[in-house]
Design a protein around this ligand. Structure first.
Ligand SMILES: Nc1ncnc2c1ncn2[C@@H]1O[C@H](COP(=O)(O)OP(=O)(O)OP(=O)(O)O)[C@@H](O)[C@H]1O
Ligand SMILES: [Mg+2]
Length: 300
């Protein structure tokens, strides 16, 4: 790779890891005359929650789709759990694909199926299980994401937006994945629901020892649960680091995003947010931090 990029030493990938769960090298994605990615490199480390940020249309969802094999890149290589997924049929291999779960942008559930039936879709795809066992697993997943048992027989249209997100998460977790992809999981949620969802993801990631690839616009989510944050700009990952280090980066988009009014509000509310999260863990009522999510409401 020629040239030195922000936060990167020439010839080395930012934050490269020997034991990366996801390794992307030299990724190129083009749609007609539009180049979305050009020489994008990224390593996702085992057990981390990696936030992925970038402007709208910068190629976050296309990156995720490339990693899970829904988008064939023009160039480059992607390894997941050490398996090459580009130019191979690895993403057709259930031994690989059942190790990950995906919550797509918009959280699409099958509208003609109940929550329980939605959770059973991946189970039917990969296993032959008895109906009672599948019902039991679905009920367990529904409980795991904090939905009441009454939600299981409901159709998505009968749920609130926040409950739908949780149901989509339950489906993503159906196969007990080691790797979870989340594309804008808190978009459209009110501040309290978004805080609750962040706490849920953080807790599940810890208890299930998940590696999480989390695309978000939500600064509060980044502050609350991400171990590192990767920034997509100029068709590549320009930096991957802890959020405290990223805010120092001299790049126009990064400056505007992290140091604009919303970025400052999220940073200053960070303490309040963490206190709220730990209060929730302790079973106490969690107050929504003032000045944090209030600033991100129109983001969705
Ligand atoms: N299948 C496709 N065909 C043509 N263009 C596409 C396709 N998928 C994505 N694009 C284009 O690629 C660019 C990146 O899209 P992508 O969905 O990855 O953006 P994003 O960073 O996820 O944005 P947002 O934050 O709004 O979700 C956009 O300009 C989009 O129009
Ligand atoms: Mg997107």
């Amino acid at each position: 790779m020629a040239g030195e990029k922000a936060g990167e030493v020439a010839g080395e990938t930012v934050g490269a890891a020997d034991d990366a769960v996801i390794r992307v090298r030299g990724l190129v994605n083009r749609f007609g005359a539009q180049t979305v990615h050009e020489g994008l490199d990224l390593d996702v480390r085992p057990g981390e929650i990696l936030g992925v940020v970038g402007g709208s249309g910068s190629g976050k969802s296309v990156l995720m789709r490339s990693i899970i094999g829904l988008q064939q890149p023009n160039e480059g290589s992607i390894e997941v759990f050490g398996r090459q997924v580009t130019g191979t049929d690895a993403t057709e291999d259930p031994e690989l694909t059942r190790r990950w779960g995906v919550l797509f942008q918009g959280g699409a559930l099958f509208s003609g199926m109940t929550v329980a039936e939605n959770c059973q879709v991946p189970l039917r795809e990969y296993f032959r299980l008895s109906e009672p066992l599948m019902a039991e697993i679905a009920a367990y997943k529904v409980a795991m994401v904090g939905l009441p048992p009454e939600a299981a027989p409901k159709y998505p249209s009968e749920l609130s937006g926040g409950m739908r997100k949780r149901a989509a998460l339950a489906r993503a977790l159906a196969l007990d994945p080691q790797l979870l992809f989340l594309d804008e999981p808190t978009a459209g949620l009110d501040p309290i629901a978004a805080d609750g969802f962040d706490t849920l993801i953080g807790t599940l990631a810890q208890t299930m020892q998940l590696t999480v690839f989390l695309i978000t616009h939500d600064l509060d989510t980044l502050h609350a649960i991400c171990d590192r944050v990767a920034v997509i700009a100029d068709r590549r990952i320009i930096a991957v680091d802890r959020i405290e280090a990223l805010v120092q980066l001299d790049h126009p988009w990064v400056r505007e995003y992290f140091s604009g009014p919303r970025g400052r509000a999220a940073a200053s509310a960070q303490k309040g947010g963490r206190a709220a999260a730990s209060a929730q863990k302790d079973g106490r009522a969690a107050a929504t931090p003032q000045g944090a999510r209030g600033h991100t409401l129109e983001e969705a």
